[in-house]
Design a protein around this ligand. Structure first.
Ligand code: NAD
Length: 497
């Protein structure tokens, strides 16, 4: 998806765009009341709009609406092929409204508009198409029994699913939850991040336009601590599908235990290692992947390749090439400029947090190779940064920075690389670069991560289960396994006499 618009045309369209700022409940927009929170454009620091600060009562209304739709069967009892048709139409509408989605998410979280058009929007539409096509393929089964019984197994939707999502890919992260939940026949209450509340409302509106019945797809805006917790604690919600920080992910498990033992799936943080071994085939290609893996989407990526574990014999040259190319590959700039590939950090406080981590890297004795400062621009920008000479015990190697900060660690061969790679509370993703087939398979076997790449990084399609080991979460997005996690199993044993 490309656009021929110029920067000033994008600015003009952004200025002219009208959008909702309330909630979406029971098939309709709900205008904001008196309680509002500000949304700041992170590229300029200017107030963009004010959005409804929902309450537990709004969550109650949305959950009740979802429950009514589930009970009246308007969605779950619809012929699966008809559900599929609506979800495919919805996917088409997402593509048809690409410009609106691109502007909304770019304005609120600073993502380069070209990334929205080329990555987030096509991926979101693909997500809905993939799960739409699975709507009529969730077969049950009949088991082998003695002649006095007939036993069959059904898959049924859960009921009302609460989706709580972060701001780094607002449309796409919501799609990864909402699409399988809807394809399986559930109702949804989506709680977007307070930093990125706008595109979710457009999604719900377009679902209605595609023919989705009222109450099936609701959105409630507001703070995590109020509406997020009300949703996760709600006794009438059957599952929470969460993407966000490990810290808040742990709270979801507590909320489930404190309420109705609802199911919980968690996609949380990461500190992904990329292992570059001495026998890798093409150093330039590997360096390019290393740069994109940490600076893409401003480093605000759960599986960002933030730890570069480089084999000693090639470390010097690898870092030299990383510096030569990485210093200029990403340039902070106006996210509405189609040539910009690096926007600001999502908020001023997140920017300060990233800068603080850079300070800790310096204090702990890591070598700052480039970056480490903020450019002379309005907004929350941080320059792409590389530290070398990092020790895996340093804070910048252990904690998720969620910014464009790479930590290069020298390792002595595959055994040490694997030990360091696994020395982390996280286990979302990892990669290994080698020409040796045995080494590659050994790494796949021994790396403690849910997603492993060999001689690439961040490749995949909808069939690829996405999710973490250890404190990176539980459950998987994309893939068939995800769809099934929005269903429950019913066994029917019939006595034949
Ligand atoms: P966050 O945990 O602060 O917020 C995520 C969501 O949870 C938001 O909607 C927020 O409002 C809500 N929330 C916050 N406190 C809550 C509470 N007490 N009760 C209920 N809901 C609450 O995370 P973030 O800063 O928005 O996103 C960044 C994090 O998301 C990073 O750690 C990143 O790694 C993770 N992430 C993971 C994946 C993945 O697939 N593994 C993908 C994207 C982002």
């Amino acid at each position: 998806m490309t656009t021929a618009l110029t920067t000033s045309e994008w600015h003009a369209r952004a200025k002219a765009l009208r959008y909702a700022t309330g909630h979406f409940i029971d098939g309709d927009h709900v205008a904001p009341g008196k309680a509002l929170f500000p949304v700041i454009n992170p590229a300029t620091g200017e107030r963009l709009c004010e959005v409804a600060a929902g309450t537990a009562a709004d969550i109650d209304r949305a959950v009740a609406s979802g429950r009514r739709a589930f009970a009246n069967g308007s969605w779950r009892r619809m012929a699966p092929r008809d559900r599929m048709a609506i979800l495919c139409k919805f996917a088409d509408l997402i593509e048809a409204n690409a410009e609106r989605f691109a502007i909304l998410d770019t304005l609120v979280m600073g993502k380069p508009i070209s990334d929205m058009l080329n990555i987030d929007i096509p991926s979101a539409a693909l997500t809905f198409k993939y799960f739409a096509e699975l709507s009529d393929k969730m077969d049950g089964s009949v088991t082998a029994t003695a002649s006095d019984a007939f036993h069959y197994i059904l898959r049924e939707p859960l009921g009302v699913v609460g989706c709580i999502v972060p701001w780094n890919y607002p449309l796409l992260m919501a799609s990864w939850k909402v699409a399988p939940a809807l394809a399986a026949g559930n109702s949804v209450v989506l709680k977007p991040a307070e930093q990125s509340p706008l595109s979710a409302l457009l999604m719900a509106e377009l679902f209605s336009e595609a023919g989705g019945p009222p109450g099936v797809f609701n959105v409630v805006n507001g703070m995590g601590e109020t509406v997020g917790s009300a949703l996760a604690l709600h006794p009438n919600v059957n599952k929470i599908a969460f993407t966000g920080s490990t810290e808040v992910g742990k709270l979801m498990l507590v909320y489930a235990g404190q309420s109705n033992m609802k199911r919980v799936s968690l996609e949380c943080g990461g500190k992904s290692p990329q292992i570059f071994l001495r026998d890798l085939a093409d150093m330039d290609r590997a360096v390019t992947y290393a740069i994109n893996g940490i600076f893409g989407n401003m480093g605000e990526v759960c599986n960002a390749g933030s730890r570069l574990l480089i084999d000693k014999p090639i470390a010097g040259e690898f870092i030299e090439r990383f510096i030569a190319k990485g210093k200029t590959a990403y340039r902070p700039g106006d996210p509405l400029d189609p040539s910009t590939n690096m926007g600001p950090m999502v908020t001023a406080s997140h920017c300060a947090r990233v800068v603080d981590y850079i300070g800790r890297g310096k204090k702990d004795g890591a070598r700052l190779e480039f970056g480490g400062d903020t450019p002379n621009l309005p907004g929350n920008f941080v320059n792409p940064t590389l530290f070398s000479g990092v020790n895996n015990r340093m804070t910048i190697a252990q904690e998720e920075i969620f910014g464009p900060v790479a930590a290069a660690i020298e390792v002595d061969g595959i055994e040490e690389a694997l030990a360091i790679a696994n020395d982390s509370i996280y286990g979302l993703a990892a990669s290994v670069w080698t020409e040796n087939l045995n080494t590659a398979h050994k790494a796949v076997r021994d790396l403690e991560a849910g997603v492993i790449w060999v001689n690439c990084f961040d490749h995949g399609d909808m069939t690829q289960p996405f999710g973490g080991y250890k404190q990176s979460g539980q459950g998987r997005d994309k893939c068939l396994e995800s769809l099934l996690s929005y269903t429950q199993t019913k066994s029917a044993w019939i006595h034949l006499g």
